[in-house]
Design a protein around this ligand. Structure first.
Ligand code: NAD
Ligand code: BTL
Length: 489
């Protein structure tokens, strides 16, 4: 059996615990690998290695040009092994191979983007208000960074953290989700091949309440960057107060998709499907909360439901498959319960609402793509992140009501507006309290633009220049060219 280990101080090592975890294919529950199951002690070894490497300065004080070259090398290895990585991601998550291939292209692009930015953000000269002085800002790495990622986009979310951290000169300890570590392990092999100094990148495999908790509370860690659920984010925020760590949180979303009557309905329906059923709705930014203008409710919902009926479920490796399984038995049960709660509250199942009957899907964690109508803002299915293939439909009668509904949420990750009236779209966008808003599109993201949430969807930004700045400290350096005594005391 393929056995995955920790990467600490430049060496592949098992946990001192000797515990192992089975890694499962969610399509058929086959065990595809085993991973070492680490604890707090393993995590402290990795933190010590990252601390020593940072203080030694072989990476943190090397030139940004050198760091840029290494990031380009890692990107080229990811491009070279793109297909192997995509297959591993599909095996581990169940998402379709086309989705995984798209992720791998994005991931190489993230490394390329930060390789390009690494040597273009060194600092700036300030126009000092005091004569005969020089004032400048230099950007320095934060130090030792703990990074924790979820299971839905395992390597993509890891790349959003690893690439900017390295570009800025930090050292890091990565903890991938214990459910889906395989592609992250592979990229650590590629970083080893690229020849980073020992201790710069460290990988610890294990659970959140051991490895993740140690990373968040340990006083030798200067920054913690977390992507995952809101409740875990709150715990991490508390632990991070131990030494006032810098904190970056990318949390969940319950993302509105507003459809005005004057939208191009064919495109809006098509994109509403794409906004949700990609990766079976297990996307932080899935547009699961559809808010449609009342007078077009039927002409929008009927074609939507017809198309949902035709979505093909299956193995991510089959080219005919449009939607794979959910990640685990536990998660499947959460989605089942989420829909049951909606039914009790008065939501009506227009399509789906159960597991499929097809015998060939019986070993996988499948749930049918589902549309719930008759939904209102006070229902738990509208307010909570279901993280499954479930759309809720609400209606509105005025622009003001559409925006008010869209903002009626503890979340503020992303949202969309569909209308041909651009002035109306701009008015809505200006009032929507979300980190990303799409006009006549949905779920678009790329390395150049910042990603993150308003409200309880998070703190800080990944991607773009802001994503690099999360990993930098700004230092003001002031020099007096003609110092003189002040004779104040
Ligand atoms: N905002 C974004 O960009 C974004 C992107 C992807 C996923 N997400 C969110 O992630 C969630 C789904 O992922 P999940 O189920 O893996 O989330 P999760 O919070 O259960 O786990 C995420 C990671 O945190 C670790 N963890 C768990 N408990 C911990 C603790 N006490 N201390 C430290 N680490 C701990 C887990 O082991 C895992 O590695 C959804 O809410 C989704 O919206 C957000
Ligand atoms: C951030 N994103 C959209 C890539 C994945 C969210 O789950």
């Amino acid at each position: 059996m393929n056995f995955k280990q920790n990467f600490i101080n430049g060496k592949w090592v098992p946990s001192h615990t000797s515990n192992k975890r089975d890694i499962m294919n969610p399509f058929n529950q086959e065990i595809i690998a085993q991973a070492t199951e680490s604890d707090e002690t393993d995590t402290r070894y990795a933190i010590a290695a990252a601390r020593e490497a940072f203080d030694k300065g072989e990476w943190s004080r090397t030139s940004a040009t050198e760091r840029s070259k290494k990031l380009h090398t890692i990107a080229s290895f990811i491009e070279r092994d793109n297909e192997e990585l995509a297959q591993l991601e599909t095996l581990d998550t169940g998402k379709t191979l086309d989705e995984s291939r798209g992720d791998m292209e994005d991931i190489a692009g993230v490394f390329r983007y930060y390789a390009e930015l690494a040597d273009k953000h060194g600092g700036e000269v300030i126009d000092s208000p005091i004569p005969n002085t020089i004032s400048k800002v230099v950007y320095e790495p934060v130090g030792v960074c703990g990074q924790i990622t979820p299971w839905n986009y395992p390597l993509l979310q890891a790349s959003w953290k690893i690439a900017p951290a390295l570009a800025a000169g930090n050292t890091l300890i990565m903890k991938p989700s214990e459910i889906t570590p395989l592609t992250t392990v592979k990229v650590f092999e590629l970083m080893e091949e690229a020849g980073l100094p020992n201790g710069v990148v460290n990988l610890v495999l294990g659970k959140g309440n051991t490895v993740g908790a140690e990373l968040s509370s340990n006083q030798e860690v200067d920054l913690i960057s977390f992507t995952g659920g809101i409740n875990t984010g709150k715990k991490i925020m508390q632990s991070a107060s131990s030494n006032v760590k810098k904190l970056a949180l990318e949390l969940g979303g319950k993302n509105p998709n507003i459809i005005f009557a004057d939208a191009d309905l064919d495109i809006a329906v098509d994109q509403a499907l794409h906004a949700v059923y990609f990766h079976a709705g297990q996307i932080c930014s899935a547009g699961t909360r559809i808010i449609v203008e009342e007078k077009i409710h039927d002409s929008f919902v009927e074609p939507l439901v017809e198309r949902v009926k035709n979505i093909t479920l299956g193995s991510g490796f089959e080219s005919s498959t449009q939607m794979g399984p959910l990640i685990s038995k536990e998660h499947l049960h959460k989605v089942i319960q989420y829909v049951e709660n909606g039914k009790k509250e008065g939501a009506v199942i227009a399509v789906g609402g159960k597991q499929p009957d097809a015998p060939e899907l019986k070993d996988g964690f499948f749930y049918l793509p589902t549309v719930l109508t008759n939904c209102t803002s006070d229902m738990s299915v509208v307010q909570n992140e279901g993280f499954g293939p479930v759309i809720t439909i609400e209606t509105f009668t005025s622009e003001q009501e559409a925006v008010q509904l869209a903002n009626d949420s503890i979340y503020g990750l992303s949202g969309g507006v569909w209308t041909k009236d651009i002035a109306k779209a701009e008015r809505c966008v200006a009032k929507m309290r979300m980190g990303t808003v799409w006009m006549n599109d949905y779920n678009v993201y790329f390395p150049h633009a910042p990603w993150g949430g308003f409200k309880q969807s998070g703190i800080g930004r990944e991607l773009g220049k802001a994503g690099l700045e999360e990993y930098q400290e700004a230092k003001h350096v002031f020099q007096n060219l003609r110092p003189k005594a002040l004779n104040w005391f």
